[in-house]
Design a protein around this ligand. Structure first.
Ligand SMILES: Cc1cc2nc3c(=O)[nH]c(=O)nc-3n(C[C@H](O)[C@H](O)[C@H](O)COP(=O)(O)OP(=O)(O)OC[C@H]3O[C@@H](n4cnc5c(N)ncnc54)[C@H](O)[C@@H]3O)c2cc1C
Ligand code: SF4
Length: 555
């Protein structure tokens, strides 16, 4: 019945609305919306929700799908990858961007990075705001907004009666290394059932989830400790943005169009025209809408690319600050692993990240960072096992693969004894995005990133050193982090900067309210406006800045 209704709406109502909007344009009503928001992650979902609450007609254009839990990718042939070069063909779950010596992972879909993230939602240390920020932005001035985001996402630490094996291993490793005073449980945006117990048969079964309605009236479940956080929570225990801010906005008239890739922004009347490609049946169908206010919130990489193209390629926004692209930070991300831990670690059970160690005091070579425990979905384990078995059968990889296969096979399954170690910290934030020429197609321009691995070395080595120490004191074998050690390449899930806040156009792209210098009513509200690393996982800070931008916006 629902589908039938949607079909009728698609067939008849949508074209009528389009004609009405065209008519409005022709007969003097300048804009089709009050506000257009590009992207629906932390910046986009929060600003669009709050402006809808302020009675603005708000449209969100999101390049990814609106995912249902039954559609989350699980098997090898599923839609895992979002390809920004041909999104009409590949518009899956995660978008990897490969730059010189830097790999960036980002979410794609209604809810943005919240769909894929590890649910850590925490304010960074106060000292993060000591330099690099406009004077208006301090930890104290942001605190009310941090609190609002925490309340909306219902954050809480992992309950004491639900400590996963990898949490317990990490806590014991901290004690063994003498770091027990640095240990803490960060807040998580997850709904937990206080009565959940690991002592039940098959404790990670979906049947133990408790279905309830959240404060926005949306049905969610509670956590069953299945470890799938990064590939989508099938019981909806993660408090993702598509379950709170976006439905709240929709209750106030917000319109969300998924599979709409924004391609260009240009001035129109006193506002802006936003051009997009609608992705349908493997095709890109062009369209556009206009609004008095536009908020760009495509995530750090995509926002930098869109703004650079508008300034340098299409020349539709030529006055954007010359500092555009500067100040990229990987937020000090560093991941490593160890094998043959004598303890049961089982990274595939329990929420992905649940515990951390605070090294923000600079006591390790003057570097400021946090070490976190790491989990991985079962899917990773199954795929890895399949790959190793197939490679060993085909005789690929020689002795190494044979040994790894033995480790991965029952009954010597190595995965419960493997540990993942994560880190986040204050890096130099000295990368630069720019549009370069393609080697064989010099008439086309490609987003590139220039950064200096040498300035990243002291932090990365300090983080890696502690991770290796913790693996060793617990009797495990650290696996060499080849990407970094041999290729000086980092992987980040927390890209920041490039459209950073500043006090004037010679020091930033946007002011402290998120408004682009030189362009009234054009705002940026995502990770790209953050002018330094934040040292901890950044989504809560991006969310707090978005709350502030919407709060201060004169509408
Ligand atoms: C695997 C993983 C785990 C993570 N875990 C954590 C964690 O535990 N805690 C934490 O704080 N952070 C975590 N992060 C980082 C966090 O997800 C990001 O910092 C956060 O989502 C950034 O918010 P944003 O608003 O800048 O952009 P996003 O949340 O990335 O949202 C941008 C949105 O814009 C859309 N978009 C992009 N370009 C266009 C376009 N041209 N047209 C239309 N739509 C567009 C994208 O599809 C996306 O939905 C994790 C990230 C990853 C990848
Ligand atoms: S551990 Fe499983 S149930 Fe819990 S939040 Fe993560 S994906 Fe959802």
């Amino acid at each position: 019945m629902g589908d039938h209704r949607n079909n009728i709406l698609d067939k008849y109502a949508a074209p009528v609305c389009y004609q009405v909007r065209l008519g409005m344009r022709r007969y003097g009503m300048a804009y089709t919306f009050d506000v257009i928001v590009i992207g629906s992650g932390f910046g986009g979902a929060i600003t669009s929700c709050r402006l809808s609450e302020k009675n603005q007609r708000v449209l969100v254009l999101e390049r990814g799908r609106r995912w249902k839990p039954t559609e989350f990718p699980r098997a090898p042939g599923d839609p895992w990858i979002y390809d920004h070069n041909q999104p009409q063909l590949l518009n899956g779950w995660v978008d990897f961007r490969f730059f010189e010596r830097m790999i960036v992972a980002q979410g794609a879909g209604v809810g943005g990075g919240s769909l894929i993230y590890a649910n850590i939602s925490k304010e960074p240390p106060k000292s993060v705001f000591d330099s690099g920020w406009p004077p208006e932005i301090t930890r104290a001035s942001l605190q009310p907004y941090y609190d609002t985001v925490g309340k909306m996402l219902q954050v809480q630490p992992l309950p004491d009666n639900q400590l996963s094996p990898h949490f317990q291993f990490f806590r014991d490793a901290a004690t063994a290394a003498g770091y027990q005073d640095r240990f803490f449980k960060p807040p998580l945006a997850i709904s937990f059932d206080p009565n959940y117990s690991y002592d039940r048969p098959n404790p990670t079964s979906n049947k133990y989830t408790v279905v309830h309605k959240n404060p926005q009236g949306v049905e969610q479940g509670t956590c069953v400790q299945c470890g799938n956080c990064d590939i989508g929570c099938q019981v909806l225990a993660k408090n993702t943005l598509d379950l709170n801010y976006i439905p709240l906005g929709e209750q106030h008239g917000l319109e969300v169009r998924h599979l709409h890739v924004v391609t260009r922004i240009e001035p129109y009347d006193q506002g802006y025209r936003v051009s997009y490609d609608r992705l349908e049946n493997g095709e890109r169908i062009p369209g556009d809408e206009t609004a008095r206010i536009v908020i760009v919130a495509g995530g750090t990489v995509n926002t930098n690319e869109l703004m650079l193209r508008c300034r340098d390629e299409y020349k539709t926004l030529p006055k954007i600050s010359q500092t555009l692209g500067d100040g990229f930070s990987a937020n000090g991300d560093f991941i490593s692993a160890s094998f043959e831990q004598p303890q049961t670690v089982d990274p595939t059970v329990g929420p992905t990240i649940t515990a951390a160690l605070d090294f923000f005091d600079g006591s390790v070579n003057g570097q400021r960072f946090f070490i976190e425990d790491g989990g991985s979905p079962n899917w990773g384990r199954d795929m890895c096992r399949k790959f190793l078995v197939e490679a060993a059968k085909a005789g690929r990889g020689g002795e190494v693969i044979k040994e790894l296969k033995k480790l991965a096979s029952e009954p010597n399954d190595a995965f419960p004894h493997a540990a993942l170690w994560f880190a986040v910290g204050m890096d130099a934030a000295d990368g630069q995005f720019y549009l370069g020429r393609k080697l064989f197609w010099p008439w086309e321009r490609k987003l590139r990133l220039k950064w200096n691995p040498e300035t990243a070395k002291p932090l990365a080595n300090a983080e890696y050193g502690i991770q290796q120490q913790m693996a060793t004191v617990t009797g495990g074998k650290p696996i060499p982090q080849i990407l970094w050690v041999d290729f000086m390449t980092l992987v980040t899930a927390h890209p920041l900067g490039g459209c950073h806040m500043g006090s004037d156009p010679s020091h930033g792209v946007v002011d402290h309210t998120g408004q682009v210098f030189g362009y009234k009513n054009l705002y940026i509200a995502d990770g790209s406006i953050v002018p330094t690393s934040v040292g901890f996982n950044p989504s809560r800070t991006i969310g707090a800045l978005a709350e502030r931008i919407a709060d201060l916006m004169p509408v």
